[in-house]
Design a protein. Structure first.
Length: 414
């Protein structure tokens, strides 16, 4: 088995860390095949940020070990997700002169104009994670998707720049290297999700991807195949669980079970006489509560999250105007009736996003909680193709943030 045929995705969430291992072309078939998956509660991470390096390193190491035991393959490097409210985006524009005397645009010109787009005035102490080209212009001919082979004098690009706080990037990178694993690339979580859940047609038509994590909700809007808008909100499905725990005066673990077993995002679906016996969840509990009370708590927080998502759509004038609708994914998307509530709130089609077109014998891979980890291995295969010189889709990472962090951390080692 060649090392180049194995890809590892590490999804670092605030509540759970997940690892997926994929292999290229197993059993004489083409494409990626998932051969291993593991998950472990995360410690030392809050709202996507590292708050304790020691605890985070321990959690990440334990998850790696579970995946290695499952596959018998040692993990030496991985594609790693990054998330958190510190991640922001801004529009940028790059301009270069075409290098060849005959004016034919080459791959090198594309790389140069994207690098020119990186020279933006970014906030202090921020690093560029991704440069996502939207469209190119050649001598003022606009809205060109692929200018390679065309002839012109001036090449321009409109792009979205995704940035992260330098200190958080360094802390995350340090945690990974402390486990003895190298980083192939840092990828924004919701961007990795899009690789796993969305089709090319959805991106072309216009779609909103909403990744409901434990303590954050990440949004990425696509239109005409390009990333139009990105946002990370500091609120997630874990806040629903906390609300239930406070309302019922019970533990977080029991509140989570109540949410998943008896919860709903739509209060009007529940009969007033329905009750929940907490003793069926934990024998130490003896309270019997109205189910309507729980659903009211859930509905209020879901409406708040959806209101914030809708505000982002209004800000870019896309509320109610995404033909492919909204795709909800992440662990928080498993809440009963959430899709129906989304259709009502957004006035758009809504669906549940799960990993697609990834053959595996591991049942839990089809869980929406695994969309980031599976998206990372799909990203990894594309990343390798770019490194080998092949043309790649436009959602590639063109920044050198990972290499910078790797050099920085290793400079600290004795």
């Amino acid at each position: 088995m060649r090392k180049d045929d194995i890809f590892t995705g590490l999804d670092i969430g605030s509540t759970t860390i997940r690892v997926v291992i994929a292999q290229v072309g197993t059993h004489g078939q083409e494409g990626l095949h998932i051969i291993g998956a593991a998950e472990n509660p995360s410690e030392g991470i809050s709202k996507g940020n590292i708050v304790s390096i020691e605890d985070a390193v321990t959690s990440i190491s334990q998850t790696f070990e579970k995946a290695e035991r499952m596959t018998g393959i040692p993990i030496e490097h991985a594609f790693v997700s990054i998330n958190g409210h510190h991640i922001t985006c801004q529009d940028s524009h790059g301009v270069v002169a075409v290098a060849k005397a005959d004016g034919e645009i080459q791959e090198e010109d594309i790389q140069r104009v994207i690098e020119a787009a990186q020279t933006v005035s970014s906030p202090p102490n921020y690093e560029i994670l991704h440069v996502l080209p939207r469209n190119f212009s050649v001598d003022n001919q606009k809205n060109i998707k692929d200018p390679v082979g065309m002839t012109g004098i001036k090449l321009e690009v409109d792009a979205q720049i995704i940035l992260g706080l330098s200190s958080q990037i360094k802390n995350l990178t340090k945690c990974i290297y402390r486990t003895g694993v190298d980083i192939d690339d840092l990828v924004m979580s919701v961007l990795a999700c899009s690789e796993s859940t969305l089709t090319k047609r959805q991106k072309e038509l216009g779609v909103g991807l909403v990744n409901l994590g434990g303590t954050t909700t990440s949004i990425m809007i696509f239109e005409e195949g390009d990333v139009l808008h990105t946002k990370v909100l500091p609120i997630g499905a874990g806040h629903i669980t906390n609300d239930i725990a406070i309302g019922l005066r019970t533990s977080i673990d029991i509140a989570e079970q109540v949410k998943l077993r008896f919860g709903s995002a739509i209060a009007e679906k529940v009969q007033k006489r329905e009750t929940i016996d907490l003793g069926t969840i934990d024998s130490n509990e003896n309270a019997v509560i109205p189910r309507k009370e729980v659903i009211d708590i859930i509905e209020a927080r879901v409406e708040e999250i959806f209101h914030l998502v809708n505000k982002e759509l209004r800000d870019i004038k896309r509320d109610g105007l995404l033909p492919a609708g909204v795709v909800l994914t992440g662990g928080g998307a498993k809440l009963p009736d959430l899709i129906e509530a989304a259709k009502k709130q957004f006035r758009l089609p809504a669906s549940l996003g799960v990993p697609r077109d990834l053959p595996t014998a591991i049942d839990k891979i089809q869980d929406p909680a695994f969309t980031t980890a599976t998206g990372l291995v799909r990203w990894g295969m594309q990343y390798q193709a770019r490194e080998k010189g092949f043309r790649l889709n436009k959602l590639s990472s063109f920044s050198h943030a990972t290499e910078k962090m790797q050099r920085w951390f290793r400079s600290l080692l004795p």
